[in-house]
Every structure is written in structure tokens, then in C-alpha cells.
Design a protein around this ligand. Structure first.
Ligand code: SF4
Length: 510
């Protein structure tokens, strides 16, 4: 059932807008935490610098924005700088007077509370005085904070005098398969969230005013850390608010939803202070016990049984993938994991020397077929294929088998031989308090060996992905590419060598 727009709340005004006060992104930030909003306005010194991963996300968002504009034919764009709000409002009004039906970055100010908003697309309903608000997001579905975001935009545009018919979220359709040039009409889909937005308007009236007061405060709001610091995003001010929290704390033990309640009961962030009656269950109980007693936990029997299932030659295998929002290659979908690199350590028998092989696709073309071909050739026909977190590599193999049937038998045969080295750590057959509650290889490796990832130029999968994406898009020089190949090679090689070392460590513990 369609909820009618809340026409009753304001007299749609021709009044002069008040001074711009709070934007929609500040509103969404303030809903998560008023202190974060206050920091944003009053403590610019606390804002962390933009790291390469964040910059890569911004760049991807800009590209999606450009494609979204191509979806609408004949639109005009408000190009005033983001701080020139009143000018942008005037430009929007000028475009409307000139009869434009599609206005990108259309801007309005709420005449009473000073909220201001730039909507990605303001679209005129044909033969009517109504408009649709359309916001573009680089996700594949509508999230709760998107509703808050659009609710604020509606609040502003409605009060500024616009008759709004629908509020639409433009998201990426992950069923789209690229063939040739990107087709914006197929890449995006529109989701109607008007009912949710209309139903939220009383909340927005209240919170827009309250958050306006927060901005006017001279001193920092008194807000405690808790679940809000992660929901819906990890807050950018954690480096400040969390500086007194140990790196491994009670926040790592309990589910985020219960955090505030549990911390009030314990009265401390220190895992040592967790009383017996609040002890968690399962793996977390082992984590807390080992931490409080500063001891390792080892269950030899299941480890022995797991080790006895291994068959030589041993193949230690790890993949790196690309996951672009806008597919780069024909036959791929938005956010599809595209493998471009693998590292393979091979040990023929317990006394044989370790051999290393690798594949990196060093051309700006689809890496998948060459990847599958070399992989099948190098992995042989027998012996255990050891990976860390089997779901990832096995899913890639299944996808490759589907897209390149000529290698399907070989790829699926590899899956039949996969053994997951994550299992002994995830099931806590072995645990060191140095793991800090994590079974990730990034934590397990330094907990049991002298190896670590910290000093590497590429130290995690996201950095590998971002580096390769820059290459694939043609955004780095040949010299930078050479450095990238070296860094990628070292990183992925450590992933498989880490498994060799961890397997040896498991043998020694039994
Ligand atoms: S870290 Fe937590 S308490 Fe601090 S500003 Fe962010 S959400 Fe608020």
C-alpha cells in the first residue's frame, strides 16, 4: 500500500531559505553518533587523512556517478562548488525556470531548520508539476542508512516547495553481465523507497532540529563508545575515542549488538575483568581463558587426525582477486571476484625441497582464462591442495569452471583435493592468546612463527586488489607496474609460505 506524502507538516514555502546548517551526509553521520557530527564541524584536526583504499572507493563512486548521468538523457548539472550552497540553490532554480526536466546535483535548503541537500538526480514527472528524487549508490541493494539519507533529502526538498512524487534509490544490478561497452540502462536499477521515506518524516523533523543544536554546542557531547562506533559504518574517529581501549578488549569478545549492555555489567574494557558468570561460549570461551591465564590451547587428537588426511605432494595455494563495482571484462558481473594472481608452493614428499610457482596476469585484459590454464597445469593430478579458508578458492574454481568449460574438469578436480588449513585454528584445536581472537592468517602467522605481514609493501588482500585495479584501469606507469609485480609477488608468496610454516608448526605440536 502506498503511504501518502506527509503534506500536512509544512506550508510549502516561498520564504527565503535560512542559512545552510546541516547537510544530508552530516545528518546521517549525526544519526550514527552526535559526537561524530560535532567532531566533523568543530575538531577538523581529528579527521584522519584519506588513505589509498578510501580514495579508491571515492574514485569508484565518481565513476559510478558519471555512468548514472548517462542513464538519464539530456540532463543538466549544477556545478557550483560544494560549499556554495546558496549559489547551487539559485542555479537549480534557474534550470527549472529554463524548463529542464533532469537536473543533476539539484540543491535545496530547508527554510526553517537550514538543512540542505544535493540530490544526485531531480527528475520532473512528465506533464505534471511533480518531481522524483533519485539518489545513486554504489551498492547492489538499499540499506537502512540509505533510507535515512533519502528521508533527509525529502525533508529538505519538500519544505523548500518541491512537490515530490517518488523517492528512488538507483543501485547496481548485480545480475548485469558486461558485453562490450557498459550499458547504464542495464547496469543500474531503480528501487522505489517512497513509503519508507514518507513514514520517517516525523523522525527527520525531530532529528534535524536536534542535530542542529549539536552543531551549535561549544563543547563536545558526552557520548560513550559502543555499538554505534561500528553501525552502520566504522566511525572515522575511533582513533580518538578508542585510544584508551586495549587493541584486544571486551569489544572483541561479545556480539556488537550486546556490547553496551555487557560493558555496563563488567565496568571495564579489559578481558581480564570478565567474570565467570559472563564468560562467553564456544571458541570465545577458549580465547578468554587463554588470555586470562596467558597460555596456549592445544587439542592434539583432532590435529593428528586432520594431518593424517594429507596426501603428498602437497600444494599450498592462494589467490588474489579483483572485485570492481563496474565490470572491467566481458562476461563478468558487478562486484564479481576476478582472479588475477596465484601463488603455489609444492612439496613432493616430506624430505623434498620446497618449489615455488606463481601466476600474475600482467596485461590489461581479462586474466581468468590464462589463470585457469596455468593453474590446472601446475596443480598436477594428485596430492592435497592446501588453502586457507577454502570457501574462497573453491568458489573461484567453480566460477572459472562455468565460464571456461575447457578447464572445468581440471578446476573441479582441484576442488576435490582441497584441504582447509583454517580448520584447526577456527575450531580452536590450537590457539595462542597472541591471535587476539582471530583465526585470520594475518594473526595466526605471527602468533606461532617469526613471520609477519607488517613490513610488506602490500600487506593485505585489499591493497593487492587496489594496486591491481589501478593497473587494470591504466592508471599507473610502466615503472610503477614493475614495482607492483614485485610487491604482489612477495605478498602472495608469503601467503602460501605461511601455510608451509603453519603446517610444520602443527606437526611439531603433535
Ligand atoms: S568513535 Fe564512537 S563515540 Fe567516538 S565519535 Fe565515533 S561513533 Fe561516536
Amino acid at each position: 500500500m502506498r503511504i501518502p506524502p506527509p503534506e500536512h507538516r509544512f506550508k510549502k514555502g516561498k520564504s527565503m531559505p535560512s542559512k545552510p546548517k546541516i547537510s544530508k551526509s552530516q545528518y546521517v553521520k549525526g544519526l550514527q553518533c552526535p559526537k561524530a557530527l560535532w567532531f566533523y564541524r568543530h575538531r577538523k584536526d581529528l579527521k584522519p587523512p584519506i588513505d589509498p583504499a578510501t580514495q579508491a572507493r571515492f574514485d569508484a563512486g565518481n565513476e559510478i556517478g558519471q555512468l548514472a548521468m548517462q542513464y538519464f538523457k539530456g540532463g543538466v548539472e549544477v556545478t557550483d562548488a560544494y560549499w556554495e550552497i546558496e549559489k547551487a540553490v539559485a542555479s537549480t532554480q534557474d534550470f527549472i525556470k529554463q524548463g529542464h526536466d533532469i537536473i543533476f546535483e539539484a540543491t535545496a535548503i530547508h527554510p526553517l531548520d537550514g538543512g540542505y541537500s544535493r540530490i544526485d538526480v531531480l527528475r520532473k514527472v512528465p506533464n505534471s508539476d511533480e518531481w522524483d528524487l533519485i539518489e545513486v549508490k554504489s551498492s547492489t541493494g538499499v540499506k537502512d542508512y540509505h533510507i535515512d539519507d533519502m528521508s533527509f533529502q525529502y525533508h529538505v526538498f519538500f519544505a523548500a516547495g518541491y512537490k515530490i512524487r517518488k523517492c528512488l534509490m538507483m543501485v547496481i544490478d548485480n545480475t548485469y553481465v558486461r558485453q562490450g561497452d557498459i550499458e547504464p540502462q542495464k547496469l543500474f536499477k531503480l528501487e522505489d523507497i517512497s513509503n519508507e521515506v514518507f513514514a520517517k518524516q516525523s523522525d527527520v523533523d525531530y532529528w534535524a532540529t536536534q542535530l542542529g543544536y549539536v552543531l551549535d554546542r561549544k563543547d563536545e557531547p558526552d557520548i560513550q563508545i559502543g555499538e554505534r562506533c561500528f553501525n552502520p559504518f566504522e566511525c572515522e574517529y575511533r582513533h580518538h575515542c578508542w585510544k584508551h581501549i586495549p587493541k584486544y578488549s571486551v569489544f572483541d569478545i561479545y556480539q556488537k549488538k550486546k556490547m553496551d549492555e555487557i560493558i555496563n555489567q563488567i565496568g571495564s574494557y579489559d578481558i581480564n575483568d570478565i567474570p565467570p558468570n559472563l564468560f562467553p561460549n564456544g571458541a570465545k570461551a577458549i580465547d578468554v581463558d587463554c588470555y586470562q591465564c596467558d597460555k596456549e590451547h592445544v587439542e592434539k587428537e583432532p590435529i593428528r587426525e586432520w594431518l593424517s588426511g594429507l596426501e603428498y605432494p602437497l600444494y599450498y595455494l592462494d589467490y588474489e582477486t579483483l572485485m570492481p563495482a563496474i565490470p572491467l571484462f566481458d562476461g563478468t558481473r558487478p562486484f564479481q571476484q576476478v582472479p588475477f594472481q596465484f601463488s603455489l608452493h609444492v612439496q613432493e614428499n616430506p624430505n623434498a625441497e620446497l618449489q615455488h610457482f606463481e601466476f600474475i596476469h600482467k596485461e590489461q585484459s581479462d586474466p581468468r582464462e590464462a589463470f585457469a590454464k596455468v593453474l590446472v597445469e601446475l596443480c598436477g593430478k594428485s596430492g592435497s591442495v592446501i588453502v586457507y579458508n577454502q570457501g574462497f578458492e573453491m568458489a573461484r574454481n567453480r566460477e572459472l569452471a562455468e565460464d571456461f568449460p575447457q578447464y572445468a574438469d581440471g578446476l573441479l578436480a582441484i576442488n576435490d583435493r582441497v584441504v582447509d588449513l583454517l580448520e584447526p585454528f577456527k575450531k580452536r584445536w590450537i590457539y595462542s592468546p597472541k591471535q587476539q581472537g582471530s583465526a585470520s592468517i594475518k594473526y595466526v602467522l605471527p602468533a606461532f612463527t617469526d613471520l609477519k605481514y607488517d613490513d610488506m609493501n602490500i600487506a593485505n588482500g585489499q591493497e593487492a586488489m587496489d594496486g591491481y585495479f589501478a593497473f587494470a584501469k591504466g592508471n599507473i606507469s610502466p615503472e610503477q607496474s614493475h614495482i607492483l609485480w614485485k610487491n604482489l609477488s612477495e605478498y602472495c608468496k608469503l601467503d602460501t609460505y605461511a601455510m608451509v610454516e603453519l603446517l610444520e608448526m602443527l606437526k611439531k605440536h603433535c
